[in-house]
Design a protein around this ligand. Sequence first.
Ligand code: COA
Length: 423
Amino acid sequence: MEALKGVRILDMSHVQAGPTCSQLLAWMGADVIKFENPAGDATRGQLRDVPNADSLYFTMLNCNKRSITVNMKSAEGKQVFVDLLKECHILMENFGPGVLDRFGFTWEKIHEINPKIVMGSIKGFGSSGPYSDFKAYENVAQAMGGAMSTTGVPEGPPFVTGAQIGDSGTGLHLAIGLLAALRQAEKTGQGQYVEVAMMDGVMNLCRVKFRDHQRLTRQSLSEFSVPTHQGMGAVPRAGNDSGGGQLGNAIRCKPGGPNDFLYIVVQEAVWEGLANLIGPALGMPGLAADPKFAKIADRRKNQAEMWEIIGEFALKHTKRELMAILNPLDVPCGPIMSTEDLANDEHVRGRDMWVELDHPQRGKWFNVGMPIKLSASPAVIKRSPTLGEHTDEVLRQVLGYDEAKIGALKQAGAFSAPPKKAA
Ligand SMILES: CC(C)(COP(=O)(O)OP(=O)(O)OC[C@H]1O[C@@H](n2cnc3c(N)ncnc32)[C@H](O)[C@@H]1OP(=O)(O)O)[C@@H](O)C(=O)NCCC(=O)NCCS
């Protein structure tokens, strides 16, 4: 049985941050009703690769959901919303600040309509504090949550990361909050408001950078490859440093293409084995015991030279060859995998992390699979819905509306955008 079978979610979320959360919950078996404005989630039309088909931006974030369109700017649409609120366990949204309030539905009002419902909101900066009125996208959150200032090299500009920690990362945080609040509501009969601010989520993911921030008040950061000193204030960008107690770096391999790198962690325990392998191969038989590198404190001090030596060895091998050489020595390492590498990787396919789906508008396409594996409830991934595909089904099945009522609501414009005024 699916883990969240019987949980119904009214999902007003759009773009990326909310939909990643509700897609995960749908993959765990929740009945997610994607409640869209009649024009649809804007991502349906964004970055289109197939004319007139829902974009991959949309299809990859909205699997296993049902879509219903409702015009919240009409009285009839609002009534449908109220009826749905009474039939759902979770309501979620990630509108800009105040949108739901402007529709007339504050959390207090929603709680009054259905005291047991859990409401989840993602905002750029939350509902309190000087930034609370601002909208946010992924990179705004990365900029303001500490990720950008700590990514890159000191002499270069701050960089965003490819991983969508602002949007998808916040979606994960929300999923955790919703499930906790749902459990509490099941016990107490009382729902609550769950808020996750993207900036807070990014700060949470940058936790170890704040560890270093506080260490800097007392000491320099001896494991950093870039200069640091006590009292310098902000944590500097440190390239591909490991970020932990062990030394790590991305080392260039043969034949020198943009992703021909192996990330190697010179864990304290593996130094001797590693040095005994590469030292003799480079005419340095005494490398393991060399006082410049023998102890971790010395390797930290002389890490530039250590990486140069490892780099010279690495250039003789491809990243895969080097991985095969280092794995038996228990050296933690991983090739830098391109999207092309991953889409064709046997391990990835074997773990259902690159899943082929069909879609009525776009034909065959792939989605990244479900990363959370439940042993008794494996996810079955189904394509995303077309706009309003399940409007009638949801009205009939969830709300018990009859054909006459549905027809009258349609006539009144509850499910469609008002006609455009003539210019
Ligand atoms: C992402 C974001 C910047 C997009 O901004 P936006 O495109 O202006 O969208 P908003 O959420 O502010 O507004 C949605 C609009 O659609 C309207 N709308 C939404 N659902 C509707 C419905 N069912 N019927 C009628 N109108 C609807 C809203 O009323 C609002 O219009 P208004 O400004 O006239 O009130 C903004 O939603 C945001 O900051 N969200 C919170 C942070 C977040 O999640 N960001 C990451 C997104 S991946």
